[in-house]
Design a protein around this ligand. Structure first.
Ligand SMILES: Nc1ncnc2c1ncn2[C@@H]1O[C@H](COP(=O)(O)OP(=O)(O)OP(=O)(O)O)[C@@H](O)[C@H]1O
Ligand SMILES: O=C(CO)[C@H](O)[C@H](O)COP(=O)(O)O
Length: 393
C-alpha cells in the first residue's frame, strides 16, 4: 500500500522576501496600464491559475486543457501582432504567460544578480491590476516579455475571454492575484525528474551541455525554494511527479510515479476516485484487459492531509503500453466529469504525441482538464442564474 504522506501543516514560506517585494515598482511602470470596457459582463470571466517551475510541463498541460475546453488556442492575430507573443487566444479560453510581467529584462536581471523567479524581477501590482480588469470584463494592454531577445516588447491588447488561464512561475505568489483564481493547479516535479526532463530537452533541442544544465538548475534552486515551491500549499489540485517505486534506484524520470492530490471541499470540484469513494485502494490492472510490459503499472487511491488540508490522492506508477486500452482504467474511475464514456481515453489518444501521454502525467493532466471544464460550466451557470434572479428582483 502506498503511504499518503502528510505534509507540514504550517504555511511558513512566503513568495515575497520579507516585507519588500510586491510593492517594488520598476521602470516598467511607464507601460500603459490603461484598461477599456468591453461587451463582457461584470465578473463573467473564470480565472484558472497553473503554476510550475520552468520546463515542468505548463505548456503541455495548457495544450491538453485548451483542447478539452474546445477549439484551438493560437497566438494573437489581427492588428500588428508580435510574432514572439506568449499569449494564446481561443474561442473559449485565452492563455496568458506570466513571464510577461517580468519587470526586469534579461540584462537588468543579470546586472542586479536576480533570477526571473525573484519577485523583485516581476511586477505583481500590474499582474493583479490586469487580471482583475480581465475578470471584470475589461480589455488590457499587457506587456510582452520577449524570450528570444530577452527584452520587454511593447504591450499587446488582450480582450476579456470566457475563461482566462494564467500560467507561469507566480500565479499564486501574490495574495491579491491568488484571490482572483477560481481554481488553481501546481505541477510539482521532483528534483530528480526535473533534472532528467531538462537534460532530455536542453541537450537534444537547445544544444546545452550537461554541466551548464546542472549549473542553471543549481543557480535557480534557492529562489525556486523561496518563491515557486511554496505556492503548492494554495493549489486546489497538485500533480506530483516522482521517480518510480517499481524499479529500485531508478530516477531517470522515464517511468514516473504520479500523484494527483485533490483538495476536499472545493466548490464545483468533486475529487476523482478509484472503485469506491472514501476507501483505500491498491490496484494492479495488468492482466487480460491491460497490457503491461516491465515494470508494470500500479494504481493507488486514498486520503491524507496536505499542508493542513484534507485531500484525496490518486496515484499511478508505471507506463501504458497501449493507449487504446486505457478505457479499461477509465471505467474504474469515477467523478471524471466526462461528457461521454471513453472521453479520457479519446483525449489521451488525440494527444498521444505530447510528453507524458503514456503515463500518469498525461492521464492526470487530462482528468484535471475535464474537471476544470465542468467547474467553468458550473460557475458560468451559477453566475447566469444569479444575474437572472437579480433582474427579477
Ligand atoms: N510529462 C512529461 N513527461 C516527460 N517529459 C516532459 C513532460 N512534460 C514536460 N516534459 C519535458 O519538459 C519540456 C518542457 O515542457 P513544457 O514546455 O510543457 O514546460 P513549460 O513549463 O511550459 O516550460 P517553459 O517554462 O520552459 O516554457 C518538454 O519539452 C519535455 O522535454
Ligand atoms: O523561468 C522562465 C520561464 O518560465 C525563464 O527563465 C524566464 O522567463 C527568463 O527568461 P529568459 O530565459 O529569456 O531569460
Amino acid at each position: 500500500m502506498v503511504a499518503f504522506a502528510a505534509h507540514t501543516s504550517a504555511a511558513t514560506s512566503h513568495c515575497s522576501p520579507a516585507g519588500t517585494a510586491i510593492l517594488l515598482r520598476s521602470g516598467r511602470r511607464d507601460f500603459p496600464t490603461r484598461v477599456s470596457c468591453s461587451a463582457a459582463a461584470h465578473n463573467k470571466t473564470v480565472v484558472i491559475g497553473v503554476a510550475a517551475d520552468s520546463g515542468c510541463g505548463k505548456s503541455t498541460f495548457v495544450r491538453r486543457l485548451t483542447s478539452v475546453l474546445g477549439g484551438v488556442a493560437e497566438p494573437p492575430r489581427g492588428g500588428n501582432p508580435n510574432p514572439d507573443s506568449n499569449t494564446l487566444v481561443g474561442d473559449t479560453a485565452t492563455v496568458l504567460c506570466l513571464d510577461d510581467y517580468h519587470s526586469l529584462d534579461r540584462a537588468a536581471r543579470k546586472a542586479r544578480g536576480l533570477t526571473a523567479l525573484d519577485p523583485r524581477a516581476n511586477d505583481f501590482d500590474l499582474m493583479y491590476e490586469q487580471v482583475r480588469a480581465l475578470k471584470d470584463g475589461r480589455a488590457v494592454d499587457k506587456p510582452v516579455y520577449n524570450h528570444v531577445t530577452g527584452l520587454l516588447d511593447p504591450p499587446e491588447r488582450v480582450a476579456p475571454p470566457r475563461i482566462l488561464l494564467i500560467q507561469g512561475l507566480h500565479p499564486m505568489c501574490d495574495e491579491r492575484v491568488r484571490d482572483l483564481l477560481d481554481f488553481s493547479i501546481y505541477l510539482d516535479i521532483s528534483d530528480e525528474v526535473k533534472f532528467a526532463w531538462k537534460i532530455q530537452r536542453d541537450i537534444a533541442e537547445r544544444g546545452h551541455s550537461l554541466e551548464s544544465i546542472k549549473a542553471s538548475i543549481e543557480a535557480r534552486k534557492p529562489d525556486f525554494d523561496a518563491y515557486i515551491d511554496p505556492q503548492k500549499q494554495y493549489a486546489d489540485a497538485v500533480i506530483e511527479v516522482l521517480p518510480t517505486q517499481l524499479i529500485p534506484g531508478d530516477d531517470d524520470g522515464k517511468v514516473p510515479r504520479v500523484r494527483l492530490i485533490m483538495k476536499e471541499g472545493v466548490k464545483h470540484f468533486a475529487p476523482v476516485y478509484l472503485f469506491d469513494e472514501g476507501s483505500t485502494v491498491s490496484w494492479i490492472p495488468c492482466g487480460r484487459k491491460l497490457s503491461c510490459s516491465y515494470p508494470g503499472i500500479k494504481f493507488a487511491y486514498g486520503f491524507g492531509t496536505y499542508f493542513g488540508h484534507e485531500v484525496s490522492v490518486l496515484e499511478m506508477d508505471g507506463r501504458f503500453d497501449k493507449l487504446d486500452e486505457l478505457i479499461y482504467v477509465e471505467s474504474h474511475l469515477s467523478n471524471l466529469s466526462t461528457k461521454y464514456y471513453g472521453e479520457v481515453a479519446q483525449q489521451m489518444l488525440t494527444h498521444a504525441d505530447l510528453p507524458g501521454s503514456n503515463n500518469g502525467t498525461g492521464l492526470f493532466q487530462t482528468i484535471v482538464g475535464l474537471k476544470i471544464r465542468e467547474l467553468c460550466e458550473q460557475i458560468v451557470a451559477e453566475r447566469a442564474a444569479m444575474t437572472a434572479d437579480a433582474v427579477k428582483v
